[in-house]
Design a protein around this ligand. Structure first.
Ligand code: IPM
Ligand code: MG
Length: 359
């Protein structure tokens, strides 16, 4: 069966990392028999320039009809001045919400040859392998009421609402237990239950679900402590499950443990395992169009797509081995460069991965 993939390159470095990733797709199709068809559509700033909307109805429609979505990055200074409701990021949030992609998987894995690229001491991060599970369609990102109000005396107030219902908490928590069961069996639920009632409920629900998973070692941690523990002793974690906002912050933090945010892929899945796959990093407008961006986060997002949604794990493993091999050979983009390595650009990095597919 032909898998239908929708490609949304987006803005900034999006188009070049996507072109690089398409080289890998092309090689898997040509040399290893992967059966996919690609369709391209506009989203984010590119779509605003085209039709005034960050998520055009035609793109959403294609997204619903495809088997999986590969996304580059969205946003940039060019669109920062326009009305908040029409900014590129809103397109991304709308896509997550419309497709009910509530489960965001953000693995933070350190490739051994990159231990020196982390700002932390190599022995603190060597062998690091954490899975952060971020709730993606609820919490303060989507809660109502929200907005900026002006009082009669002219004082402005901004408001957002952090809200989770039982169903939203238990479905993401269950995934946390299931995924921990396939790894080292340790789940850490991160909240702020000492202050926020939303997360008091979160902790209650996760705790009671724990009874159904006796084989999983469940722990709870306040988010401030979790941030500290992630830099103090990150290897204490196996799987972290947390809310939308906390997951946003902690996943950027965890990315630096692995050397560069340019390395980290992500998967955003719905209840049936269908989803969207994107690098954790943003559109990096400062280096866009210069062949400097690291394409490995997007290439590994492709691997996650093949594993989690398209049921093509042999191809996923082939990509992951090729990425590891390419790093072993000493090839580096600027963000992961260290002395003695060979510095190459976006496209050349993808070409090296393509070469290593057959290794
Ligand atoms: C992320 C990003 C997005 C988020 C932005 C671009 C809306 O930071 O995917 O982590 O906050 O979710
Ligand atoms: Mg983020």
């Amino acid at each position: 069966m032909t898998h239908k993939i929708l490609v949304l390159a987006g803005d900034g470095i999006g188009p070049e990392i996507m072109e690089a990733t398409e080289l890998v797709i092309g090689a898997l199709v040509k040399r290893f028999g992967l059966d996919v068809s690609l369709e391209h559509a506009l989203m984010g700033g590119a779509a605003i320039d085209d039709c005034g909307e960050p998520l055009p109805a035609s793109t959403l429609d294609l997204a619903r009809r495809s088997d999986a979505i590969l996304l580059g990055a969205v946003g940039g200074p060019k669109w920062e001045k326009i009305d908040r409701a029409r900014r590129p990021e809103r397109g991304l949030l709308a896509l997550r919400s419309e497709l009910e992609l509530f489960c965001n998987l953000r693995p933070a894995v350190l490739f051994a040859p990159l231990a020196a690229s982390s700002t932390l001491k190599p022995d603190v991060v060597a062998g690091l392998d954490i899975m952060i599970i971020r709730e993606l369609t609820g919490g303060i990102y989507f809660g109502e009421p929200r907005g900026i109000e002006v009082a009669p005396d002219g004082t402005r107030s901004g408001r957002n609402t952090m809200v989770y219902n039982e169903h939203e908490i238990s479905r993401i928590a269950r995934l946390g237990f299931d995924i921990a069961g396939k790894r080292q069996g340790r789940l850490c639920s991160v909240d702020k239950a000492n202050v926020l009632e939303t997360t008091e409920l979160w902790r209650d629900i996760v705790t009671s679900l724990g009874d159904e998973y006796p084989a999983i070692e469940l722990s709870h941690m306040y988010v401030d402590n979790a941030a500290m523990q992630l830099v103090r002793n990150p290897k204490q974690f196996d799987v972290i499950v947390t809310s939308n906002l906390f997951g946003d912050v902690l996943s950027d933090l965890a990315s630096m443990l692995t050397g560069s945010i340019g390395m980290l892929p992500s998967a955003s899945l719905d209840a049936d395992g269908k989803g969207m796959f994107e690098p954790v990093h943003g559109s990096a407008p400062d280096i866009a169009g210069q062949d400097l961006a690291n394409p490995l986060a997007t290439i590994q997002s492709l691997a996650m797509m093949l594993r989690y949604t398209l049921d093509e794990s042999a191809h996923a493993e082939r990509i992951e081995r090729a990425v590891a091999r390419t790093l072993d050979k000493g090839y580096r983009t600027g963000d992961i460069y260290s002395d003695g390595m060979q510095k190459i650009g976006t496209r050349a990095m993808a070409e090296q991965v393509v070469t290593a597919l057959g290794d």
